[in-house]
Design a protein around this ligand. Structure first.
Ligand code: DX5
Ligand code: ZN
Length: 221
């Protein structure tokens, strides 16, 4: 298992004060910045692009920026995000015609590569590509919006992906995204996740440090 990472999703941050919000959440103990990119095509919502990623880097953010692309087609936006300062880039297999090629494209631009599984996507999509990945991102809600409830069947899926990662013998992160809260993060960690995205649970709280530390304590328990 890899060291625990808490990655607040800035989807639930105050966009009018984004730099300050990111500074505050990192000062509160968060490890990464989770950056949700939605295109009103692959998912029914529209958010932020490479310019905002670049602006965060210019603002002085040095923490890893974990870019979650909910964009179709995905390939042509990858170089722009790499240039804008993305550390990891994850994409949905449904949004790529050639999944293996997109993974190579991401890595050829110097970023770590992740593959995202929607709640309805079978774990077999990892066959033949797992060994090329740095991270598997399991969606525990359908992509498109923050603030949705965690889908319970994801726990079983997490265990199945964890088995595959362990069998690979490689250090591949297992990230969970959607409906992660202080009161369910413990069982999510027990099922095999090591990297936790949380949007509304952190940004809707008054005290970010309190939520992040309670999440880390629950994972360690
Ligand atoms: C959903 C996004 C998530 C989302 C998480 O498509 O990928 O990152 O913002 O938000 P919460 O933690 O509120 O479910
Ligand atoms: Zn996300």
């Amino acid at each position: 298992m890899q060291p625990t990472v808490i990655a607040p999703s800035i989807l639930s941050a105050d966009f009018a004060r984004l730099g300050e919000e990111v500074d505050n959440v990192l000062a509160a103990g968060a490890d990464w910045v989770h950056f949700d990119v939605m295109d009103n095509h692959y998912v029914p919502n529209l958010t932020i692009g490479p310019l905002v990623c670049e602006a965060l880097r210019k603002h002085g953010v040095t923490a890893p920026i974990d870019v979650h692309l909910m964009v179709e087609p995905v390939d042509r936006i990858v170089p722009d995000f790499a240039k804008a300062g993305a550390s990891l880039i994850s994409f949905h297999p449904e949004a790529s015609r050639h999944v293996h090629r997109t993974v190579q494209l991401i890595k050829s631009h110097g970023c770590k590569a992740g593959l995202v599984l929607n709640p309805g996507t079978p774990v077999e999509v990892l066959d033949y590509v797992l060994d090329e990945l740095d991270m598997v991102l399991l969606m525990s809600v359908n992509p498109g919006f923050g603030g949705q409830a965690f889908i319970p069947s994801t726990l079983d899926k997490l265990r199945r992906v964890r088995e595959r990662i362990d069998a690979s013998g490689r250090s591949i992160r297992l990230e969970i995204d959607g409906g992660v809260k202080v009161d369910n993060i413990g069982e999510i960690a027990a099922a095999g996740a090591d990297t936790f995205v949380a949007g509304s649970a952190i940004f809707n709280a008054g005290d970010y440090a309190d939520v992040v530390s309670r999440m880390k304590a629950a994972v360690a328990a």
